[in-house]
Ligand binder design. Structure first.
Ligand SMILES: Nc1ncnc2c1ncn2[C@@H]1O[C@H](COP(=O)(O)OP(=O)(O)O)[C@@H](O)[C@H]1O
Ligand SMILES: [Mg+2]
Length: 385
């Protein structure tokens, strides 16, 4: 295991991507790492969040949702007792707005651009495109990084079913433009020559959906195809950025069975693509002292001798004769032993997982939700050194 910590990683890299399965703490880790980097390094840091909880957004002092990049005020750091060396900026991913920007950028001319943006299906379809969220997340990352406005961009990833979906999103988008489905949707309207085989389908579809609807769909995709080159080129650039020397991945996981399995799969996949994995971040890990042998003996005694011990402790604890001290002591001992079983399983999982990346960082479950800058800095500080 290498000695380099998160500090070195954040100093050396320009893009840090926080990945992992849903609910493991990707968003929290991304925000914590960015906040801590801004506090510690003389750098302009942006965290690009995808599904920020309202509480997290307000913790960062960002009320406005959308693609606007907003600076977290110095005063917020000072309130948390920190004098930041750098700047922290936050942006949230607005899928609709990002699509509009993309269309503006890639449309071949103003007329096509306006036709796409005005197409009645455009809004609906972009919102529902399979994984369109993943695509725009990666696209936005590329755009922000290319602008050179920040020294470090920490990216949260969308809550996809599979952690790998967003990685493939740029390629999938490029594939989509040349897909048979798209050709099929467009052909009859483009040529206005419905062949015999598909005629019955269109007759029925016309009757059910209405000619206007089908024409809107066809028009939309025909217009969309004009942006093919731009999209494909972009998709390649995004993939290059993800695999480049300036980018590193954090794989976030808890030590529960399902997320740990997905993390293992993801670590292998990233390694297979030669992407740089900076660290495995194990979140909500139980403290190591639970594995202490002498503590086990104490917990066992507490459980077995609860009756005797309750006699001894009743008076120093100021607990009356009719209060259930015996059951409380017994339960405390038993709970400790139960936690120990989980901690042992966690230690095994951890040993298996941490053999892959250079750096394995752990964070305990902190009290309550992390919904203040102070909370983020606390968590980030535990990862930092
Ligand atoms: N170490 C931790 N201690 C306490 N709460 C945490 C910790 N990590 C995450 N949480 C909380 O768990 C919830 C889910 O975390 P989140 O970062 O949104 O997960 P994800 O983005 O992976 O879906 C949030 O409410 C967050 O505040
Ligand atoms: Mg999230």
């Amino acid at each position: 295991m290498a000695t380099s910590g998160l500090e070195q990683l954040c100093s050396a890299k320009e893009v840090v991507v926080s990945t992992g399965s849903g609910g493991v703490g990707k968003t929290t880790v991304a925000a914590s790492v960015a906040a801590t980097a801004a506090a510690q390094l003389d750098a302009k840091v942006l965290v690009l969040t995808v599904d920020p909880a309202k509480r997290l957004a307000s913790a960062l002092g960002v009320q406005e949702f959308g693609n606007v990049e907003t600076q977290v005020e110095r005063a917020a750091f000072e309130q948390a007792g920190v004098d930041p060396a750098g700047e922290l900026w936050v942006a949230m991913l607005d899928t609709k707005q990002s699509w509009d920007d993309l269309v503006r950028q890639h449309a071949p001319d103003a007329a096509t651009r306006d036709a796409i943006l005005a197409n009645p299906l455009y809004q609906n379809i972009t919102g529902r495109f399979v994984q369109s969220h993943d695509y725009v997340a990666m696209e936005r990352l590329y755009e922000i990084h290319a602008s050179g406005r920040y020294d470090l961009v920490v990216v949260d990833t969308p809550p996809t079913r599979n952690a790998v979906d967003f990685l493939d999103a740029p390629d999938r988008m490029a594939d989509f433009f040349s897909s048979p489905l798209l050709r099929w949707l467009i052909t009859p309207y483009r040529s206005r020559l419905v062949n015999l085989a598909s005629k019955p389908f269109y007759t029925v579809a016309d009757r059910i959906l209405g000619t206007q609807f089908l024409e809107d769909i066809a028009e939309f995709f025909i217009l969309f195809q004009t942006m093919y080159d731009g999209f494909v080129e972009r998709a390649r650039a995004v993939t290059t950025l993800l695999g480049g020397p300036q980018t590193t991945f954090l794989v976030v996981s808890t030590l529960e069975v399902a997320p740990a399995r997905e993390a293992e799969f993801f670590l292998d996949l990233l390694a297979g693509r030669r992407y740089h994995v900076g660290a495995l971040v194990l979140n909500r890990v139980l403290p190591e002292f639970l594995l202490d042998r002498s503590a086990t003996a104490v917990a066992r005694r507490l459980t077995h001798d609860a009756a005797d011990l309750s006699e001894v402790f009743r008076s120093p604890l100021g607990v009356g004769d009719d209060e259930p001290l015996e059951s409380v002591l017994g339960q405390v001992g038993q709970s400790y032993l139960d936690y120990q079983v989980v901690a042992r399983r966690e230690a095994e999982q951890r040993a298996e997982l941490s053999s892959t990346p250079d750096l394995c960082l752990t964070v305990p479950a902190l009290e309550g939700d992390i919904h203040s800058l102070g909370g983020l800095l606390d968590l980030g500080g535990r990862l930092w050194t």
